[in-house]
Write a protein that binds this ligand. Structure first.
Ligand code: NAP
Length: 263
């Protein structure tokens, strides 16, 4: 589908990957609608690249409805916002669990449900979900994030099947660890040797490629991580043992500490 001139709603535009996506879509000629909670960051981004700002808390169902009303007609939805919700289950308060589920899973579902009919009526549109390798591979200290990203994967694949032949594409982009910007980079966690990262620009390329070529599921990660995630889908217990042997429990504790402020 044509990106130039398309009304494109990007959630989480105030975040690391969201900012890179917004700049990339601006350079492709999209008409941007930028959302997130932090209006100051969104206003500064819009001053740089253009676009309309609608600040909204996706953890609040009324705010999701208000965002939808204010956004109006949307050709491309990029459901990118997420809370890491990381940490051992015992360390999370119910409010953290609710927020991660609402932002990472409920909001993308409600936004798609509201926006898909107008796209179907026009016979064109794209819904892009930013998932994660955590939607394929479960790890200790990440049960709530895993639950939301596994759920998002199921939802995205089913919605793609449901909208096949409607002219509306659905894509799920699954990055591994993203360097330079975003929730992993902000956590300052040191990964075990050999675990590579990808740039946010590479993820943005994958989003643009998925829209242009109507790709369903795109994993953006170094080969070793992609292979690990495939093994995790087929043999989760084997993959969990491998992750533990590579120091996964230490890394999980580091994420728990490094992402407390984003719960
Ligand atoms: N970074 C990685 O290594 C990595 C790897 C795989 C997948 N991902 C996925 O990439 C996407 C972007 O993440 P990121 O790395 O860019 O993280 P980030 O820098 O922490 O950005 C998260 C974005 O989500 C928004 N958000 C969080 N809670 C919200 C709420 N209650 N209401 C509205 N917006 C909310 C934040 O905006 P406000 O704070 O302004 O509300 C922010 O714009 C996520 O779906 C994430 O799961 C990231």
């Amino acid at each position: 589908m044509q990106i130039s001139g398309a009304s494109t709603l990007i959630t989480g535009a105030s975040g690391g990957l969201g900012g890179v996506l917004a700049r990339r879509f601006a350079s492709e000629g999209a008409k941007l609608i930028l959302t997130g909670r932090r209006r100051d960051i969104l206003d500064a981004l819009a001053a740089e690249i253009g676009g309309e700002v609608i600040a909204a808390d996706l953890g609040d169902p009324e705010e999701v409805d208000r965002l939808l009303c204010a956004a109006g007609s949307v050709d491309i939805l990029i459901a990118n916002a997420a809370a890491p919700g990381s940490g051992r289950l015992a360390t999370l308060e119910p409010v953290h669990i609710d927020r991660a589920i609402d932002v990472n899973l409920r909001a993308p579902i409600i936004l798609s449900q509201a926006l898909a009919p107008q796209m179907v009526e026009r016979g064109s549109g794209q819904i892009v979900f930013i998932g994660s390798l955590s939607g394929k591979a479960a790890t200790a200290g990440s049960s709530v994030y895993n639950a939301t990203k596994f759920g998002l994967r199921g939802f995205a694949l089913a919605l793609r099947a449901e909208l096949a032949r409607s002219g509306v594409g659905v894509a799920l982009i699954e990055p591994g660890f993203i360097g330079a910007a975003g929730m992993y980079a902000d956590s300052r966690v040191k990964l075990p040797p050999g675990v590579g990262i990808v740039s946010p620009e590479r993820v943005a390329d994958a989003v643009v490629g998925a829209i242009r070529h109507n790709r369903g599921e795109v994993t953006v990660a170094p080969l070793a991580l992609r292979a690990g995630a495939s093994i995790a889908l087929l043999a989760p217990e084997l993959a969990a043992r491998g992750t533990r042997a590579l120091g996964g429990d230490r890394v999980a504790r580091c994420f728990e500490e490094g992402q407390t402020d984003k719960r």
